[in-house]
Structures are given as structure tokens and as C-alpha cells.
Design a protein around this ligand. Sequence first.
Ligand SMILES: [Zn+2]
Length: 56
Amino acid sequence: MPAYEYVCQDCKKITEVRASYEEKQKGLNPKCENCGSEKMNQYFGNMTVTATFPLH
Ligand SMILES: [Zn+2]
């Protein structure tokens, strides 16, 4: 199952959401693991940035 990363607009934390393609097409409504905000934008940073950086 693919995982999608969302970045919270409020606290800038990244939340990983696992969902099937069908679920994603129906529309995911991810919530921030850190602050519970629903203002989430999909995060594509890992596709272009190869360097690892500490998230925690
Ligand atoms: Zn948050």
C-alpha cells in the first residue's frame, strides 16, 4: 500500500498516510498527527530531495 506524505500548514510537521489508490481518488482527509489540524498539503519533498534529513 503506498504511503503519502502530508505537511501540516499549522505546525509544519509531516504526517504519513497509507491509503490505496482508490481511497486516494475518493479523497483523503488526513489529520496532523501532531496538532490535529486538517490543513494538510501533500508533500512531495522526497521525490526531489535525495539527502536524508532528521524529521525527529
Ligand atoms: Zn500540525
